[in-house]
Design a protein around this ligand. Structure first.
Ligand code: DOR
Ligand code: ZN
Length: 420
């Protein structure tokens, strides 16, 4: 048996414990355990591996931006041990054949466990795709080349979803509320895709949903208000939690939905830190610096998978966020919502996906230390606490901010979502 020792987040609190691992699974948890291989982390903190249910690793077809190796390398180093990858690729992951090919193509490159979203644009064919994906994704408005679903098709899609066991993640912006604006900066982008578009989209969803719908990247106070009292699950990203349209980022801060005002960012933070937003996800959406040169033509999106856990663990140490909320939003809740039963917590019988943090090691985020193919981050210069080590099913896959063992990632087993 292999033993990992440290201050583990177990049953809702930090306790000095030994985790006994066999066959990639936590077999035993105790104050003292014997083992033939030991990793003693002293008083460092052991947390469950992060589950990022929103990444764009760009395979196939857009691998000049990122590929499955660099994307999952960044994930492993950043403490993310499971990812669900988005379908807006070339060709898109929207048929059984495309999803099968994608799975084959990326399996040998995955450095963390992975699953796939199937893109859907109509109500037909959900059942045919179900066996090839972990969840569905729909865009209500155009974004980075993805057309939005026709407005009158959405109710039919939500109806068809009831016959499926999978969850549907929605990019919730209603294009009927968009404005024709010439875009030279972040404020223009925000005017072009205003918060009323998010609010209207969420109201349309709430009218028809049945507990299977997940709202991606919540970005506005109005959007939050529209969510209240509904059965929609929701997601926040580090960018919409920490940055506003006044950030000096130019096109690097151009994302959909847009960065908004301080009032919005603070409202999203308050909702997130008080546990009212289910999930923290990176929306890792890399583009090259060259593509981001000219604001008006720059594609929306920014890379985030490697810094998400690190920035938020820093917020825990600053007393701005509870460890309980962080672990819930990045580990246990995504596992429940997306049916990843063996993941999401430190417990006997669960996968030994363990991330080790030394809370004393505060560093500045620097692009050159990250592993993205695109070579930049919207969080340059921000304080963060990166993992010392990441274990994936008991294998030490990253250490001291470098990949230690490549290609250990596997296709995530399917399970039934558990949605209260
Ligand atoms: O900012 C974004 N980037 N929003 C999206 O909807 C798409 C994504 C991407 O794939 O680049
Ligand atoms: Zn996205």
């Amino acid at each position: 048996m292999m033993v990992i020792e440290g201050r583990a987040y177990y049953e809702g609190e930090l306790q000095h414990l030994c985790l006994g691992v066999e066959g990639g699974v936590i077999k035993e948890i105790g104050k003292t355990l014997k083992g033939d291989e030991r990793h003693d982390f002293g008083d460092m903190i052991l947390l469950p591996g992060g589950i990022d249910v929103h990444v764009h690793f760009r395979e196939p077809g857009l691998t000049h931006k990122e590929d499955f190796h660099t994307g999952t390398e960044s994930a492993a180093v950043g403490g993310i041990t499971s990812v669900l990858d988005m379908p807006n690729t070339l060709p898109p992951g929207d048929t059984a054949d495309a999803l099968l090919k994608k799975r084959e193509r990326v399996s040998g490159k995955a450095n963390v466990d992975f699953g796939l979203f199937a893109g859907v644009q109509s109500s037909g064919g959900l059942r045919d795709l179900e066996g090839y994906c972990h969840a569905f994704k729909v865009y209500m408005a155009e974004s980075f080349g993805q057309p939005g679903i026709p407005a009158d098709e959405l109710p039919r899609l939500l109806q068809a979803l009831k016959a499926s066991a999978r969850r549907l993640t929605v990019h919730a912006e209603d294009p009927a509320r968009f404005r024709a604006v010439e875009e030279h900066g972040l404020r223009d982008h925000w005017s072009a895709r205003p918060d009323q578009a998010e609010e209207a989209a969420i109201r349309r969803l709430a009218a028809r949903e049945n507990g299977q719908v997940h709202v991606a990247h919540l970005s506005s106070r109005l959007g939050l208000a529209a969510l209240e009292g509904t059965r929609l699950s929701s997601e926040a990203t580090p960018m919409h939690l920490l940055l506003t349209l006044d950030a000096p980022l130019g096109a690097l801060g151009k994302v959909n939905p847009p960065l908004r005002t301080r009032v919005d960012t603070e409202a999203i933070w308050r909702a997130f830190s008080s546990g009212r937003i289910d999930v923290l996800a990176s929306d890792h959406a890399p583009h090259t610096l060259e593509e981001k040169e000219e604001f008006s033509t720059a594609p929306p999106g920014a890379p985030n998978v490697e810094t998400t856990y690190a920035l938020m663990f820093r917020m825990v140490k600053r007393g701005k966020l509870s460890l309980k909320t962080l672990v819930s939003a990045l580990c246990s809740r995504p596992a429940e919502l997306f049916g990843l039963g063996s993941k999401g917590g430190i417990r006997v019988g669960g996968d030994a996906d363990i991330v080790v943090f030394n809370p004393r090691e505060v560093v500045k985020v620097r692009s050159e230390d990250l592993h993205y193919k695109c070579g930049w981050t919207p969080f340059e210069g921000w304080e963060a606490i990166f993992p010392k080590a990441t274990f994936l099913r008991g294998v030490l896959v990253a250490r001291e901010r470098e990949l230690e063992r490549a290609r250990k990632g596997r296709w995530l087993p399917f399970g039934e979502p558990q949605v209260p």
